[in-house]
Design a protein around this ligand. Structure first.
Ligand SMILES: NC(=O)c1ccc[n+]([C@@H]2O[C@H](COP(=O)([O-])OP(=O)(O)OC[C@H]3O[C@@H](n4cnc5c(N)ncnc54)[C@H](OP(=O)(O)O)[C@@H]3O)[C@@H](O)[C@H]2O)c1
Length: 310
């Protein structure tokens, strides 16, 4: 397995990571989560991304691979308010107990990276939320802290001394952060986790998306339609869905500055497809260029900027 340095953290992580939002939100059966996560770890995937707000996700990770804690770099996120934690979002009153709860749910005494879960730029600039995470770090609850988000806020976060990792949307349908966030992250030796890295499988028909992903994937599906490009145009004949999933993952992993693509899946069969795509390495430069051009052209035709989507 190819390992990449996660910026200034010193962690060596796999280029393919696991995004645990779908297994939480879609309430994937525990046995399936165990099979997916156990299989990934057995094959050398060593980064798992979750969040306090991904319903049931932290508990599923703790229950299924908590006993293999040394096998993975664990990333979680917090900052929003919750019904069972008193206090306002992005305040120490909420952040400190949320981190404690994540530790319990994940069955561990430390998280490796805790990120602020997409607060706006103003909140980030106020410093109180990041300060609460730094306090958790200094108390040994997490090794490093960072920010998950997009556009100006992620650029700002990438310039902050305390931030070691940025999680930001990068995909065939979400290219703004490639130009805005990745260069700043690279300059400051920040590890970058590419979220939504295969654009929520935007090539699927809406009827094939499930639960919250029906709406979540909609803008990407519209963007992809606007890009008016097909796998065959890029030299990928054959079944369109399989071709897109390979192109999408390889596109994201081809972007300089991306450390790890945290693909979410609830299916062992898709884990297999993603491994296969990973093994083929980065896309050829001309294919990346075609996808970048298709995005820019469609954005211009839409008449308004296509920012990074949270
Ligand atoms: N604000 C934030 O901080 C934020 C926001 C979004 C995401 N994230 C993180 O980033 C991770 C990834 O984002 P995501 O899960 O939203 O999007 P994604 O990884 O781009 O796409 C996930 C979707 O793709 C499908 N999929 C996976 N492999 C496939 C394949 N080979 N062929 C066809 N479909 C495939 C999955 O469906 P199946 O289950 O059917 O495989 C799932 O619905 C999340 O899990 C989360 O950890 C963070």
């Amino acid at each position: 397995m190819e390992l990449r340095g996660l910026g200034k953290t010193g962690f060596e992580v796999s280029a393919l990571g696991f995004g645990a939002a779908p297994v939480g939100f879609l309430e994937t059966d525990r046995r399936e989560v165990a099979e997916i996560l156990g299989g990934l770890l057995d094959r050398g995937i060593n980064l798992i991304d979750t969040a306090a707000s991904y319903r049931g996700s932290e508990e599923a990770i703790g229950a299924t691979v908590g006993h293999r804690r040394d096998d993975y770099v664990l990333v979680s996120k917090c900052g929003q308010s919750f019904d069972d934690i008193e206090g306002a979002a992005w305040t120490p009153a909420v952040i400190a107990p949320t981190v404690e709860r994540s530790l319990r749910r994940l069955g561990t005494d430390h998280i490796d990276v805790v990120l602020l879960h997409s607060c706006d730029l103003e909140t980030l600039k106020r410093g109180e939320a990041l300060g609460a995470l730094v306090k958790a770090r200094d108390a040994g609850k997490t090794r490093f802290v960072g920010y998950s988000g997009d556009n100006e806020a992620a650029v700002h976060a990438a310039g902050l001394d305390e931030v070691a990792v940025i999680e930001t949307s990068v995909s065939i349908c979400d290219q703004a952060n490639i130009d805005a966030v990745l260069p700043e992250a690279k300059r400051n030796d920040i590890g970058v986790l590419a979220k939504r890295p295969i654009a929520n499988a935007a090539w699927k028909a809406a009827s094939e998306q499930r639960g919250i992903y029906v709406n979540y994937a909609k803008t990407y599906a519209e963007r992809l339609a606007g890009m008016a490009i097909a796998p065959a145009d890029l030299g990928f004949p054959g079944e369109v869905g399989a071709a897109w999933s390979e192109i999408a993952l390889r596109f994201t992993l081809s972007q300089p500055g991306v450390t790890t693509a945290i693909v979410g899946t609830t299916k062992v069969s898709n884990v297999e497809h993603n491994f296969e795509a990973l093994s083929k390495g980065p896309l050829a430069d001309n294919i990346v260029a075609d996808l970048r051009q298709a995005f820019r052209r469609a954005e211009a035709a839409a008449g308004e900027p296509w920012p990074g989507l949270t």
